[in-house]
Design a protein around this ligand. Structure first.
Ligand code: SAM
Length: 278
């Protein structure tokens, strides 16, 4: 494994993952090709084999984050993201959380009697009990508010009053599972533009912070422009990136070089969801 650490490997991820030891990866953050929305220079997408290999190589207590959206074909969403999530359960993962990636600036759509699509799914799977969770926290809207007792309804006894003073509202709470990001506009995301479908660096960073610690190994088996790998490097984790396109592997390697020569370019900017109380 050592020779694969902090490398971008060109190849079909199923074949490359077969060369990994069992239980070697702490976290995978990845996004597969969405239905047939884009052609990635002749990709072969063997979903069931990918899911099986991910289970084998994930460390017990380790996680997989699968970022996906469905195409709409003949008037219906395909539902393939949900089918994939259920298949991950079949191979042995727990479906730990179904999270939403909300886009602050979604691409405007042609009106087809449906609401503008502003989300993708982030299915979070665990191999057994979750080993690491470093929860992101946000400000509480009513921080330090102290209520004098409240009235509530107990259905068998009618209206009742709590006489005791409630504890003051805490300053921070664990963030909800809808995460909002600006897409494609942040300085750190600009160099990914040679790829048709990168996700924001901040998204990868937030999952890596949440599910791993320093030195852990983070994999992206379909790494495209290398977003997950840069985020891992930035957070002192080790990474492995795989993509079957030579061009995208080159792009990922160049982005990593850029990060190493000007780390200040890749930073958290104000104005992300953290300003919102949810
Ligand atoms: C949605 S994109 C990932 C984008 C990436 N998250 C980023 O931020 O740039 C999916 C990627 O999967 C790659 N891919 C598709 N099938 C693959 C396979 N079997 N093995 C390795 N890579 C594959 C494509 O070349 C494409 O770059």
């Amino acid at each position: 494994m050592e020779d694969k650490i902090n490398e971008i490997i060109e190849g079909n991820c199923v074949e490359v993952m077969k060369s990994f030891e069992c239980n070697a990866i702490d976290l995978t953050v990845t996004s597969p090709p969405y239905d047939n929305l884009r052609t990635y220079k002749g990709f072969v997408f063997l979903f069931e084999e990918i899911a099986g290999e991910l289970f084998r190589i994930t460390n017990p207590g380790g996680m997989v984050v699968w970022v996906v959206a469905d195409a709409t074909i003949d008037g219906s969403e395909t539902g393939s993201g949900f089918e994939q999530a259920l298949y991950f359960k079949k191979v042995g993962f727990n479906l730990h959380d179904t999270m939403i990636f909300q886009k602050t600036n979604p691409i405007p759509q042609i009106y087809r009697k449906r609401y503008n699509n502003i989300l993708e799914y982030m299915f979070v799977f665990s191999k057994g009990e979750v080993k690491t969770h470093n929860p992101i926290k946000v400000d509480c809207l009513h921080a330090e508010l102290q209520l004098n007792g409240t009235t509530y309804k107990n259905y068998s006894k009618g209206e009742q009053k709590r006489e005791k003073m409630a504890n003051p509202v805490k300053n921070k709470k664990i963030k909800g599972n809808i995460w909002e990001y600006v897409v494609g506009k942040k300085a750190e995301d600009q160099e990914a533009k040679g790829h048709p479908a990168p996700f924001p660096c901040a998204l990868a960073r937030d999952h890596i912070k949440s599910w791993t610690n320093d030195g852990d190994i983070v994999l992206d088996p379909m790494c495209g422009s290398g977003t997950t790998c840069i985020a891992a490097l930035q957070l002192n984790r080790r990474f492995i990136g795989i993509d079957m396109s030579r061009e995208y592997c080159e792009l990922a390697r160049n982005r990593i070089k850029s990060y190493k020569s000007q780390p200040g370019l890749f930073k958290e900017e104000p104005g992300t969801y953290r300003t919102k109380n949810r």
